[in-house]
Design a protein around this ligand. Structure first.
Ligand code: 0X9
Ligand code: ZN
Length: 319
C-alpha cells in the first residue's frame, strides 16, 4: 500500500470523535444504543429481541437507510456469546458508531443492511465485571447442581452434543446445557437468524482472542464447507485489511475445527448448517493479555477490526 494511503488510514483510525476509552457496563451499553437510535431515527431501529435468564434485554440494532424496504443483503453480527470477551462488545459498538456517524466517508456501510446484537450474554457479562473476570458462560440455574451457567457456544441446535470440546458437567466451562437451545439467549439469537435467514447473506460471531478469521465447519476436523473458496477469499481480505492498519496483527484464516479445535453446538455452525447462510465467520480478536485488554487499546483494536468489517460490506458491491 502506498505510504500516503497508509498514513490516511492511520489518521482515520485515530479519529478524534472516537470515544471508546473504557469498557461499558450493561447499563451504559443500553444508554449508548438508545442514544444512537434517538439521534439517527432514519437509520437505526433499536429492539429488544428477547430477554436473558436474569431478565436483561438482548438488544437488536437494525441499521438501514430504507428501513429494510429494499433488496440489499443483510449482515448479521453478534458479540459477547462469551462473557469475558469484553473487547468483542466494544468493537461491535464502534462499528455501530462508524455506520451511523461516518457512512459518508465509507459509503459501502450503507450498501448493506445490518442486524447487530452487540451484547448477547448480558448476565454473564455483568457477572464477569462484578464477581469473576474469567466467567465465560451464561448465568442460568442448573438442575441438581450448585454450578450455574451453560456455554452458549455449545448450546446451538446444530450438531449439538457431538461430544467434541463439550461437556455434560454443569460445573464445566464448556457445559453444553441440558438440551439444545436450553439457554434463552441462544433461543433469541437462533430465532432472529431463523426469521431472517433468507435475507441474511453473512453471519459474524465476534469473540476473542487469538487473531483468527474462522470459517465452518467447526464441529469436525477435515470437513470443507461447500462455499470454502469464497469464505477464504473474503476472510483473507479481512485479515489483510486489519494488517494494513496495524502490521503486527496476523489474523489466520481457516476452518474453525482445523485451525483451532473442533467444538460442536456453536453459533457459526448453526448459522451455516441450520439457517443455511452462505458466508459465516467467527472472528477471534486480539488481546493484550489473553482475554484481558488494556482500556487504552480498545479504540485501536476496534478501529483495526473496523477495517475488516468494511471488507465484509464491500464484498457485496463487487459480488
Ligand atoms: O470455543 C469457542 O467457542 C470459540 N473460541 S473461544 O476462545 N472464543 O471460546 C471458537 C468457536 C469456533 N467455532 C466452532 N468450533 N464451531
Ligand atoms: Zn468466545
Amino acid at each position: 500500500m502506498a505510504k500516503d494511503k497508509l498514513r490516511n488510514e492511520v489518521a482515520r483510525s485515530e479519529n478524534k470523535s472516537d470515544t471508546f476509552g473504557h469498557f461499558f457496563r450493561y447499563e451504559e451499553i443500553t444508554e449508548y444504543l438508545k442514544g444512537v437510535a434517538d439521534k439517527h431515527p432514519d437509520l437505526v431501529t433499536l429492539e429488544s429481541a428477547g430477554k436473558s435468564s436474569e431478565g436483561r434485554d438482548m438488544w437488536l440494532v437494525k441499521v438501514s437507510n430504507t428501513r429494510f424496504k429494499d433488496s440489499k443483503p443483510v449482515i448479521f453480527m453478534d458479540a459477547n456469546i462469551h462473557a469475558r470477551e469484553w473487547i468483542s462488545v466494544m468493537t461491535t459498538l464502534n462499528l455501530i458508531h462508524k455506520i451511523t456517524e461516518q457512512h459518508e466517508e465509507y459509503p459501502e456501510l450503507l450498501a448493506v443492511n445490518w442486524l447487530i446484537m452487540p451484547m448477547v450474554n448480558p448476565d454473564g457479562y455483568e457477572y464477569s465485571h462484578t464477581t469473576d473476570r474469567m466467567w465465560r458462560k451464561t448465568r442460568s440455574k442448573n438442575r441438581n447442581s450448585q454450578c450455574q451457567g451453560t456455554d452458549a457456544n455449545r448450546n446451538f441446535d446444530y450438531k449439538w452434543d457431538l461430544g467434541v470440546s463439550t461437556s455434560d458437567d454443569p460445573c464445566s466451562d464448556i457445559f453444553r446445557g441440558p438440551h439444545a437451545e436450553s439457554e434463552p439467549e441462544v433461543k433469541v439469537i437462533s430465532e432472529v437468524l431463523r426469521k431472517n435467514k433468507d435475507r441474511i447473506k453473512l453471519y459474524v460471531a465476534v469473540h476473542s482472542y487469538g487473531e483468527y478469521v474462522l470459517i465452518p465447519w467447526g464441529y469436525q476436523v477435515g470437513l470443507a464447507h461447500p462455499n470454502k473458496a469464497n469464505l477464504t477469499e473474503l476472510g483473507s481480505k479481512v485479515s489483510d485489511a486489519i494488517a494494513a492498519i496495524n502490521p503486527v496483527r496476523n489474523y489466520n484464516v481457516g476452518s474453525a475445527a482445523d485451525l483451532l479445535y473442533p467444538a460442536s453446538g456453536a453459533s457459526d455452525d448453526f448459522a451455516a448448517g441450520a439457517a443455511g447462510i452462505d458466508l459465516v465467520y467467527t472472528f477471534e480478536l486480539s488481546g493484550s493479555n489473553g482475554f484481558i485488554v488494556d482500556p487504552n487499546e480498545i479504540q485501536s483494536i476496534a478501529n483495526e477490526v473496523f477495517a475488516g468489517f468494511r471488507e465484509l460490506a464491500k464484498w457485496f458491491s463487487k459480488n
